[in-house]
Design a protein around this ligand. Sequence first.
Ligand SMILES: [Cu+2]
Length: 107
Amino acid sequence: MKRAWILAAALVSGIATAAAFAADAPAKAAAASLSSGEVRKVDREAKKVTIKHGPIDNLKMPPMTMVFRVKDAALLDGVEPGTQVRFRAEEADGGYLVTRLQKTKAK
Ligand SMILES: [Cu+2]
């Protein structure tokens, strides 16, 4: 009886590990598609942010400083000139739209 319990516990922990691994994979893929940059200017009302960014692989864009529109003004919460960020930008309506933005943790 005791052995059956040990087996069951091993099985459950194995499933939990597999689930955690599966959940981790898309998160890693998403992180890989983020670009890094430094915020230069924030215009919350116009929902615009100026970012001095590194290469943006998904847009095949070299490093530069440019203005992006942001999908949601809330993305700019706590963001100010000098803030280091990682962000996701996409082409939309003939311009560039930031759909995700997170502060880079200070090292
Ligand atoms: Cu650019």
